[in-house]
Design a protein around this ligand. Structure first.
Ligand code: GTP
Ligand code: MG
Length: 463
């Protein structure tokens, strides 16, 4: 719809009042905007990348605001085009006026308002960032914990991309060797041995596994872990949610069947975001409202990353019914921790044995054991700070997984009996090519246009 060569403008700072507000303009030629907003001969006054005090003028030459003007000549700017930043006072009205004035002055060059993420999209199109780095920009802005922010910023510096690119290069090198062998079939065996195709492939696969493991961790960091509390009514699910959150989020009463709707509360544990979900207690009921609540509970169970099954220490009634219902709805391989609550009532000490935890939501005893168990289930060690993980997205995980599949198919080709000349080598080379292609999708070497549209449309405006 819009062209990637239109000059664009947007308010880059968050909506609302603030000390400073920034209007950002990017394009191949900004002369009319510069002159219109800053007055005659702006180029002489503005040194590249230096802050210059200026009055921002309306069409009649009267100041709308005053502040700092910054000019970034192409290609050394965020977008790779000429970028002008006007830093004025951060009120919504004054910024709207300033933006409107830029658009007015930029009419001769077709200046328009930027769509969400369009500045970063330009940075990608002009090779200032690769796709994984561009996504890291959005992830850094959206980061909900310190560890997530740190890891996004590492992806932004290109560390994740470098690992991916190194893998792509290693694959290409191996493929070149194999294809050379194909050209000289009589030297096939020697060549393969000399090239150590098996050894190289094994090394590449190991590196890919490592990137995958760190990326999986990163996905947990980015999106958090859905922890669903389930159990019979009155076992203390809402009390446990409140204890983990450190505030009275959910209503707690001695009445069985208090919680009807699901309640989601984000809780950070050692930098990991947990979305703790309190649900209606599970029991047979005729009450239509409670029934709907129970349906929702089971829907949450189906989406859970971890299930906390609560039982009452003082009333360890057969909870087999609840457990059976839960396991029927849970996804395959989803970990389940059994939490025995209300240990204060029977004078038990808090403890933890594998996936069983004993605690009191009321006194808080044993909560640390539960936090520990949760992180462990997520594959997280308390010493992890986000330094070693890649803040990956689902898209990245899928590309990595498919690359892994191609490499295991490649390994199978090498291991297979090959009585049919070197046809297997061609298949081997083809699997390497496909694996490389999947990895290339991550950094954006090979990308469809609609993918770009989807990725950048989730950004905020002005970025
Ligand atoms: N002594 C003691 N009482 C607890 C503890 N945890 C919860 N309770 C009490 O148990 C009762 C039920 O607690 P809730 O947190 O509302 O239980 P629930 O599982 O959310 O119940 P429903 O929402 O009805 O399914 C309340 O009176 C709580 O004060 C605990 O660790 N020790
Ligand atoms: Mg409740």
């Amino acid at each position: 719809m819009f062209s990637d060569s239109d000059p664009i403008a947007a308010i880059a700072t968050a909506p609302g009042r603030g000390g400073i507000g920034i209007v950002r303009v990017s394009g191949a030629d900004l002369a009319p905007v510069l002159e219109g907003v800053l007055g005659p001969a702006p180029a002489q006054r503005l040194q590249p990348r230096r802050a210059t005090f200026a009055r921002f003028l309306d069409a009649t030459g009267r100041p709308i605001d005053e502040g700092l003007a910054l000019l970034f000549p192409a290609p050394h700017s965020y977008t790779g085009e000429i970028v002008l930043e006007l830093q004025g006072h951060g009120g919504p009205v004054v910024l709207q006026l300033l933006l409107a004035r830029c658009l007015e002055a930029g009419r001769p060059i077709g200046l328009r308002i930027a769509t969400p993420g369009e500045f970063t999209r330009r940075a990608f199109l002009n090779d200032r960032l690769d796709l994984a780095q561009a996504e890291a920009v959005a992830d850094l802005i959206d980061a909900s914990t310190e560890a997530a922010a740190r890891s996004a910023s590492r992806s932004l510096t290109g560390e994740f991309s470098r690992r991916i690119t190194a893998l792509v290069e290693a694959l290409l090198e191996l493929r070149t060797l194999v294809e050379a062998t194909l050209d000289f079939p009589e030297e096939e065996i020697d060549f393969l041995q000399a090239a150590d195709a098996r050894g190289r492939l094994a090394a590449i696969r190991q590196q890919l596994d490592d990137v995958m493991a760190r990326s999986r961790q990163g996905a947990v960091l980015r999106d958090g872990l859905n922890v669903v509390l389930v159990g019979a009514p009155n076992v203390g699910k809402s009390s446990l949610l409140n204890a983990l959150a450190g505030e009275e989020v959910a209503i707690v009463t001695p009445v069985a069947g208090t919680t009807r709707d699901r309640i989601v509360q984000p809780v950070a544990v050692h930098g990991i975001l947990l979305n703790v979900i309190d649900t209606a207690g599970l029991r047979p009921t005729e009450d239509p409202v409670e029934r709907l609540g129970i349906e929702r509970t089971l829907a949450e169970v189906a989406r859970a990353d971890v299930i906390l099954h609560l039982v009452d220490a003082a009333a360890p009634a057969a909870d087999a019914e609840v457990l059976a219902q839960v396991t029927r709805h849970a996804g395959r391989g989803v970990p389940l921790l059994t939490v025995t609550n209300k240990i204060d009532l029977i004078g038990l000490a808090p403890r933890r044995e594998g996936d069983r935890v004993w605690l009191s939501a009321k006194t808080g005893a044993g909560l640390d054991g539960l936090r520990e168990a949760l992180l462990e289930v997520a594959g997280w060690s308390a010493s992890t700070t986000g330094e070693d993980v890649f803040l990956a997205r689902e898209r990245h995980l899928q590309a990595l997984a498919r690359a892994q599949e191609h490499l295991s198919a490649a390994a199978a080709q090498l291991d297979a009996e090959h009585g049919y000349g070197n046809a297997y080598l061609e298949l081997f080379a083809e699997e390497l090519r496909l694996a490389g292609q999947r990895l290339g999708e991550i950094t954006g070497e090979v990308t469809a246009d609609d993918l770009l549209g989807r990725i950048f449309s989730r950004f905020c405006i002005g970025k």
